[in-house]
Design a protein around this ligand. Structure first.
Ligand code: PEP
Length: 252
C-alpha cells in the first residue's frame, strides 16, 4: 500500500511568525501518531519556506515541504519569479498547475509542461493539479478535460516521480465536494491513464476536503491522500485530517 499523503496549501496566508507558530502546534498534535502511516507536505508561501525548512530539520516527523509554484527558467531577468534551482535548497516538492494559477494568472497547459520538466530536471517532485470547471462537468467533459491536462503536462517528461491532485475547480474553496465514489471514478481513470504510459503516482483528492469528510474520501481505493487549502490553515484541523485519514486508509 502507498503511504497516504496529506498536503497543506496555505496559498497567500501566514507570515513567517505565523508559520513558525503553526509548526509548533502541528508538531505537538502529530507526535502521538504512528510515524510510518502518513506523510504530510506543507506548502507555505515563498517567504516562509526558509524558516519552515529550518524548523522541520529539528522535527523527527514525516513532514516535507513544497513550493506553491515556480518559473521554468534556471535564472535570468525574470523579475519576481523563483527558479527550481532556488527552491531545491529549501523543499522537495512543488505544486504545479493549481486552478488558481490557471484561472487567475492565465497559466496554460504548455507553461505547466515546461514547469513540470524544469522541476524534475532539478530533482523537485511535481504535484500536478488537474480538474474540471462546473461548466465542463455539466457538459459531461470531465474526463476529456483531465486527459488533456495530463497528456499536455506530462508530455515527454521523463519523470521518476510525480503526484497528481485531482481538484474539481467547482469544489475548491466552495464547501461543495463530489461524492467520494464520484472522485474515486476519476482517480481510477487517472490511474489507468498513467499505467498505459507505464507510470504510476499517488493520486490525491482536493476541493473542500476537511476533518468531517476525510474518512469518506480515504476509504476509496484509488484516493491516496488529500490536498487541503482552507482546512489546512489550522494546525489542529489539519492534524485531525491526517489522523482520521491515515486511520481510514489502514482500516479499509
Ligand atoms: C486548494 O487550494 O487546492 C484547495 C483544495 O482548497 P480548499 O481545500 O480550500 O478547497
Amino acid at each position: 500500500m502507498q503511504i497516504p499523503c496529506f498536503i497543506a496549501n496555505w496559498k497567500m496566508y501566514k507570515t513567517i511568525a505565523e508559520s513558525a507558530d503553526y509548526l509548533h502546534s502541528f508538531e505537538k498534535e502529530l507526535q502521538p501518531l504512528p510515524q510510518d502511516a502518513w506523510e504530510a507536505i506543507l506548502a507555505p508561501p515563498y517567504t516562509a519556506l526558509a524558516t519552515v525548512s529550518q524548523i522541520l530539520k529539528q522535527v523527527p516527523l514525516p513532514i516535507r515541504l513544497a513550493a506553491q509554484n515556480l518559473y521554468f527558467e534556471e535564472q535570468g531577468a525574470y523579475t519576481g519569479e523563483i527558479s527550481p534551482r532556488m527552491l531545491r535548497e529549501l523543499c522537495q516538492y512543488v505544486i504545479i498547475g493549481h486552478s488558481e494559477r490557471r484561472g487567475l494568472f492565465g497559466e496554460t497547459d504548455r507553461e505547466i509542461n515546461k514547469k513540470i520538466r524544469a522541476a524534475a530536471k532539478e530533482g523537485l517532485i511535481p504535484i500536478l493539479c488537474v480538474g474540471e470547471t462546473a461548466e465542463e462537468r455539466r457538459e459531461g467533459k470531465t474526463w476529456r478535460v483531465i486527459e488533456r491536462q495530463l497528456s499536455e503536462a506530462l508530455d515527454l517528461g521523463n519523470l521518476s516521480e510525480v503526484l497528481i491532485a485531482y481538484e474539481p475547480v467547482w469544489a475548491i474553496g466552495t464547501g461543495m465536494t463530489p461524492h467520494p465514489s464520484e472522485a474515486e471514478a476519476v482517480h481510477f481513470q487517472i490511474c489507468n491513464y498513467l499505467s498505459q504510459g507505464e507510470k504510476s503516482a499517488r493520486i490525491l483528492y482536493g476541493g473542500s476536503a476537511n476533518d468531517k469528510n476525510i474518512e469518506g474520501f480515504m476509504k476509496e481505493p484509488h484516493i491516496n491522500g488529500v490536498l487541503a487549502g482552507g482546512a489546512s490553515l489550522s494546525p489542529e484541523v489539519f492534524a485531525k485530517i491526517i489522523k482520521l485519514g491515515s486511520a481510514a486508509k489502514i482500516s479499509r
